[in-house]
Design a protein around this ligand. Structure first.
Ligand SMILES: [Zn+2]
Length: 343
C-alpha cells in the first residue's frame, strides 16, 4: 500500500495531505517547501513532481494543481509527491534566480552543494527529504512570460545506462514529439548540479524535464498546453506503472541533440516575423526570425537570424527582452545528430 513518511509526518495509504517542510529563515521570514502528498490505495513507486525551482516559471503550478484534482487515490499505485513552489525565495521576487550575494543564486545549478547559500539549503532539503524517497522525478521548467518552450528533456549519458534508458522511456511516454537528449556529464547548462543530473547520478532516480507551454499566449492556447501536459503526465504515470492503461506514443519523435539558442544581443522589443504556426517547422540558414526594436528611438537594433538549417522548437511572442533573453531554439539539422525516429 502507498504509505509514506515526509518530514516526520506519516501519511496513510489512500489519502491526501499537504506537508510544510521548513528550510531556513531569510530576512523576510521563514522559508518552507510545501509538498502535496497523494498516497495510492495500491502498491507502486513514488513519483516526485517538482515545479518552480526557478521563481518566474509558474505555468507548472497549474499543471500540478490540475493533476492532483484528477487523480483518484483509489486507482493510484504508489505515491505522488508534488511541490508546486520549490523555490519560495525566487518566487517572492518573481525572478529566475535568488537575488542575494551568493555565488550560487540559481537553484537548478545548486544541487549537491557544499555551502549554506539559500539555494544550497533548498536543494539539500529536496535531496534529503524527497529524493531519498523518490523512484522517479519529473521537474518542470516552462519558460518565462513571452516565450514558449517545447521539448521533453532527459539525460542520455548517466554512468548507469539503465537510468538513461528508463528516463528516455519516461520522455517518450509523455507523448510529445520533441525530445531533448541532454548530456549531463559535461559541465555547463545541463550538469550534475541540476535536479535531473543530481537525481540520476547520486540517487539513481530516472528523470525528465518537460517544457511544454508558456505564458502570454492567451487563455485558449495556454489551456491547450495545460491539457497536453496532463495527458503527458498520465502517459508517463502509465509507463512507470502508477496508473492502468496503455501509453499513447507519438508516431515519430525528433531527438534534438545540438541546437542553437537565438537570443538578442541588445535589450529591446522582439518582434517575431511569424506566430506559433511556424513552431515545429523548418527554417533555412540566415532566415530572419525577428527584429529587435529600440524602445527609446524605435530603430531596428538587430535582426535575429537562424544560424543554420533547422527546426524551430521553442519561440517567443512579441515582448520586451533584455540581452540574451529567451527568443528561439532551433534544432540543428546540419550535423545529422538531430533526427526524426519512429519507435
Ligand atoms: Zn527553469
Amino acid at each position: 500500500m502507498g504509505e509514506i513518511s515526509i518530514a516526520g509526518v506519516n501519511i496513510e495509504s489512500g489519502s491526501r495531505k499537504v506537508v510544510k517542510i521548513p528550510v531556513t529563515k531569510d530576512l523576510s521570514g521563514d522559508v518552507n517547501i510545501y509538498t502535496h502528498i497523494l498516497t495510492g490505495e495500491k502498491n507502486g513507486p513514488t513519483l516526485l513532481l517538482l515545479s518552480m525551482l526557478h521563481g518566474n516559471e509558474w505555468f507548472s503550478v497549474l499543471i500540478l494543481k490540475e493533476l492532483l484534482k484528477r487523480i483518484d487515490v483509489s486507482e493510484l499505485k504508489g505515491n505522488i509527491i508534488a511541490v508546486p513552489v520549490a523555490n519560495q525565495v525566487a518566487f517572492g521576487t518573481a525572478s529566475r534566480t535568488i537575488i542575494d550575494d551568493s555565488d550560487e543564486p540559481d537553484a537548478n545549478r545548486a544541487f549537491d552543494g557544499k555551502y549554506n547559500w539559500l539555494t544550497n539549503q533548498i536543494t539539500r532539503v529536496i535531496e534529503e527529504e524527497l529524493f531519498s524517497k523518490t523512484d522517479y522525478l519529473i521537474d518542470y521548467h516552462i519558460g518565462d512570460w513571452g516565450c514558449t518552450m517545447a521539448d521533453i528533456g532527459y539525460g542520455m549519458d548517466y554512468d548507469d545506462p539503465k537510468i538513461s534508458e528508463i528516463s528516455k522511456g519516461m520522455a517518450l511516454s509523455y507523448g510529445f514529439p520533441m525530445i531533448h537528449s541532454m548530456s549531463l556529464s559535461s559541465r555547463g547548462t545541463h550538469s550534475a548540479r541540476t535536479s535531473m543530473g543530481s537525481a540520476g547520478i547520486k540517487y539513481n532516480i530516472p528523470a525528465i524535464v518537460p517544457e511544454i507551454g508558456g505564458l502570454g499566449f492567451g487563455e485558449v492556447q495556454e489551456k491547450e498546453w495545460l491539457e497536453q501536459n496532463i495527458q503527458g503526465l498520465i502517459g508517463t504515470m502509465k509507463y512507470i506503472g502508477m496508473l492502468e492503461g496503455s501509453v499513447d506514443y507519438c508516431k515519430e519523435y525528433l531527438f534534438i541533440n545540438d541546437y542553437w539558442r537565438v537570443s538578442p544581443k541588445n535589450a529591446g522589443y522582439i518582434e517575431p516575423l511569424f506566430g506559433l504556426e511556424r513552431q515545429f517547422t523548418e527554417v533555412e540558414k540566415e532566415e530572419v526570425l525577428a527584429k529587435v526594436i529600440d524602445p527609446y528611438t524605435f530603430d531596428v537594433l538587430e535582426e535575429l537570424v537562424s544560424p543554420g538549417k533547422g527546426i524551430i522548437f521553442y519561440m517567443c511572442r512579441a515582448y520586451m527582452s533584455r540581452p540574451g533573453g529567451w527568443a528561439f531554439g532551433i534544432a540543428n539539422l546540419e550535423d545529422g545528430k538531430s533526427t526524426w525516429e519512429k519507435i
